[in-house]
Design a protein around this ligand. Structure first.
Ligand SMILES: O=C(O)CCC(=O)C(=O)O
Ligand SMILES: [Fe+2]
Length: 270
């Protein structure tokens, strides 16, 4: 059974928000136990084997970095992780009460993998600079192994989200980077516009991470989230999960004397 720690108090949320705005990332250690991380890691590994058996080779980085797409419907533990109270508390603070999930995948940086390549995340890579300031989207890096300097941990260029543009080819090389090293069970939250990459894995063991992206609800998700769970599968699930999958979003009909307004806490009819 997943033991969920209480969501963050407001002082902690203030700190996370400050770091996400200024540096572009914040790590919280031991959000889940090592047992929970191991259970999720095993579930990822089963999906990797299924993908390979089914001929779905979602690999890049000389074939040494492997992605498993659309995991939320593929094992019960991922349904719980995507709506983890700590994660939801952070993204509600940064992206609005009506935050939605954009994509939830596993990323396995295998032994000998090269660096992943400096980039920004969706929807920024689909947009032209200058990007709007503030946060449109946030990345959640779940560490299912200890992340170390040697094994392909995620690295960020601090403050690079403030450039409001993508890195030019080669531009990020040589800039000072922060490598997200933390024990298994930790989470790094990032601003989706931060320049980042997975580091080379110089070890003999794969480094397993989950990547959960969340959007402001006015941005179309990267994956087809609403259809990853059927109505029957969702029936007994929480309103939070339904919201994250975009199942509880009312049609934004401005007629009939009604008006939609962006408020501090979401997108509401007033
Ligand atoms: O797995 C990682 O360390 C980061 C991968 C990444 O940035 C991505 O897939 O967008
Ligand atoms: Fe990324």
């Amino acid at each position: 059974m997943l033991k969920i720690r209480s969501a963050l108090d407001s002082e902690m949320l203030d700190r996370v928000e400050h770091d996400l705005r200024e540096d572009g990332f914040h790590i919280i250690e031991n959000v889940i136990t090592t047992e929970e991380a191991d259970e999720a890691r095993q579930a990822v590994w089963k999906l990797v084997e299924e993908d390979i058996a089914n001929g779905h080779d979602h690999s890049y980085g000389d074939g040494k970095i492997r992605r498993v797409w659309a995991i939320v419907g593929k094992a019960p533990i991922f349904r719980r992780f995507i709506q983890h109270p700590t994660v939801v508390a952070v993204w509600k603070r940064m992206l609005g009460e009506d935050v939605i999930a954009s994509t939830f995948t596993a990323n396995i940086v295998g032994p000998g993998a090269p660096a992943g390549g400096w980039h920004i995340d969706y929807p920024y890579w689909a947009m032209q600079a200058p990007f709007p300031s503030g946060s449109l989207t946030g990345q959640t890096v779940w560490m299912l192994d200890d992340f170390t300097v040697e094994n392909g941990a995620t690295a960020c260029i601090p403050g690079s989200h403030k450039t409001l543009r993508r890195p030019e080819l080669g531009e990020a090389e040589g800039l000072e980077m922060a490598v997200a090293t933390a024990p298994k069970g930790s989470i790094m939250f990032t601003n989706g516009a931060i320049w980042h990459q997975s580091r080379p894995n110089l070890t003999e063991a794969p480094r397993v991470g989950l990547l959960g992206m969340y959007n402001r609800s006015v941005i179309y998700p990267q994956e087809d989230m609403p259809r990853q769970l059927t109505d029957a599968e969702l029936a007994g699930e929480s309103d939070t999960l339904k919201q994250l999958l975009g199942r509880n979003i009312p049609f934004r009909d401005p007629d009939h004397g009604q008006n939609w307004h962006r408020t501090d806490i979401g997108f509401r009819q007033v």
